[in-house]
Design a protein around this ligand. Structure first.
Ligand code: SF4
Ligand code: SF4
Ligand code: SF4
Length: 334
């Protein structure tokens, strides 16, 4: 596995950011235009089948995800730029090995729960990652339109355009996206004023979905605890399994519906009460749809010329001045 590939930010990326920011400033509907559900894929996570891969140091699904994704997170600059006037840096680059929570280097983890139910003791293993919501507030609110719901069903953050302001995490009901400071385009544009890094999360292996393939975590699971397929097929299968085991579903109604359905023999209220929650370890409580509450906030941000145009102008200015495609590290030495 190759970790921490270093790379600079090209003029093409700067122009892309400028264009995106300009669109964000003037056309908030661009986010909605990209949102689509036709031909969408959904995923089923069957908690009754996942055993947490007890014979492996790292569960197979997590290992597959890390092998695919870890190399795409660049090394941060050293030292990290101080953030002005407020905000804080977040640096997981010395904790890349963590697999027990979500981090910028780990998009999937296994939540453990010991639960009493129906007179039985259940030791549950629950794979956790982005839910890929049908109405993702994280995408609507992004001031730089760096986050999109695709027709595959995947919600994908474009790391070349993300400024790491973390609004997506704030509005996510599960606080899923994770920030790595000291990487990304903000270093080239306004390292102390704008953003804070890049937000990272599961992208549902969007590139593989476009090729008609399964996410790598799905293919890696030895117990078929993870499935993916056409949305209607997955929904029907989730209902069938829940009915067969007298079980429960999570993700079908949460946040107005998602592309991830959990099926469990134990009620999710009990699971939520039993799991360890905190940063990078999301809850499993019921979630009302947040989109409606964030629409007005999201649109006001999307339409904010102060944010969008400032970034656009700065990006264009930087590109036209012919800033070299040097590495972020080189930029920091100037
Ligand atoms: S989902 Fe599959 S691969 Fe992942 S921990 Fe569970 S059994 Fe192992
Ligand atoms: S779970 Fe959070 S990060 Fe993922 S799509 Fe939904 S709102 Fe966005
Ligand atoms: S769908 Fe892809 S990115 Fe998401 S957890 Fe699975 S392997 Fe990782």
């Amino acid at each position: 596995m190759t970790e921490g590939k270093k790379h600079g930010i090209s003029r093409r990326t700067l122009l892309k950011a400028a264009m995106t920011a300009a669109v964000s400033a003037g056309l908030g509907s661009s986010v909605h235009a990209r949102t689509g559900t036709g031909g969408a894929v959904a995923a089923l996570i069957d908690i009754s089948r996942c055993d947490g891969c007890p014979d492996r140091k790292t569960p197979a699904c997590i290992q597959a995800c890390r092998e695919k994704n870890l190399r795409h997170v660049p090394e941060p600059v050293d030292p990290l730029p101080e953030v002005f006037p407020r905000g804080k840096t977040e640096d997981f680059s010395d904790r890349k090995h963590l697999t027990g929570r979500l981090t910028p280097y780990n998009y999937l983890f296994i939540h453990k729960a010991e639960v009493e139910h129906d007179g039985k003791r259940w030791s549950l293993n629950i794979p956790r990652r982005c839910m890929h919501c049908d109405n993702p507030a994280c995408a609507t609110i992004c001031p730089f339109a760096a986050n999109h719901k695709h027709k595959t069903g995947a919600v994908v953050i474009d790391s070349e355009v993300c400024f790491g302001g973390a609004k997506c995490r704030t509005v996510c009901p599960w606080n899923i996206p994770q920030r790595q400071s000291g990487v990304g385009i903000y270093l080239q544009i306004a390292p102390t004023l704008a953003g804070n890094g890049v937000m990272f999360k599961c992208d549902l292996c969007h590139d593989r979905l476009l090729e008609g393939k399964n996410p790598v975590c799905v293919d890696a699971c030895p117990r078929n605890a993870l499935l993916s397929g056409p949305r209607d097929v997955i929904h029907a299968e989730a209902l069938r399994r829940a009915d067969r085991m007298g079980g429960h579903l999570y993700g079908r109604e949460e946040n107005g519906g998602t592309a991830t359905l959990y099926v469990s023999p134990v009620p999710f209220e009990k699971i939520d009460a039993a799991i360890d929650k905190g940063p990078g370890r999301p809850h499993m409580a019921p979630v009302e749809r947040r989109m409606a509450k964030t629409d007005s906030l999201g649109n006001s941000v999307l339409l904010s010329p102060a944010i969008g145009l400032t970034a656009g102008v700065l990006a264009v200015a930087g590109a036209l001045k012919g800033r070299k495609n040097g590495s972020p590290e080189e930029e920091q030495k100037k």
